[in-house]
Design a protein around this ligand. Structure first.
Ligand code: HEC
Length: 119
């Protein structure tokens, strides 16, 4: 019986592990919602997010950003991306992205972990 109890404790630890590390695979699944707008297609509703981490906001020449995004002066560090994806209007007031933000901090971390892999 003792063994069973240890086994269960070990399982609980394993299950808890992903809560501590951002999960890019889960982020990729979440990104399907972003991909409705953020594709490489010229007629996409949103700018390409390839290489977005470390890039200046409103950087791409072939996308017509809102004045709010152009004026934001942000660089998309992971911290800024997290703030933006938690509350897009709070971070860049008046920007035109029709997305209300993730209420769940883990989802934000996971999506940003996935954005880092987009090169
Ligand atoms: C319904 C369409 C739509 C969806 C869904 C959407 N976006 Fe956007 N996104 C936009 C538009 C449009 C802009 C440009 C906003 C502006 O210029 O004000 C933008 C801008 C951005 C930018 C700034 C890009 C830059 O070059 O400065 C990031 C980062 C971003 N979105 C990430 C995401 C992520 C991550 C998701 C999914 C959680 C997402 N977006 C979902 C339409 C969308």
């Amino acid at each position: 019986m003792q063994f069973v109890r240890y086994g269960a404790a070990a399982c609980a630890l394993l299950l808890a592990a992903p809560a501590f590390a951002a999960d890019a695979n889960h982020g990729k699944t979440l990104f399907t919602a972003c991909f409705a707008c953020h594709t490489e297609r010229p007629d996409a509703l949103g700018p390409s997010l390839k290489g977005v981490v470390g890039r200046k906001a409103a950087w791409l020449q072939d996308f017509r950003y809102s004045p709010a995004m152009t004026r934001s002066g942000l660089t998309w560090t992971e911290a800024n991306l997290k703030d933006y994806l938690r509350d897009p209007q709070g971070k860049v007031k008046g920007n035109r992205m029709p997305f209300s933000g993730y209420p769940n901090a883990t989802d934000v971390d996971d999506v940003v972990a996935y954005l880092v892999t987009l090169k």
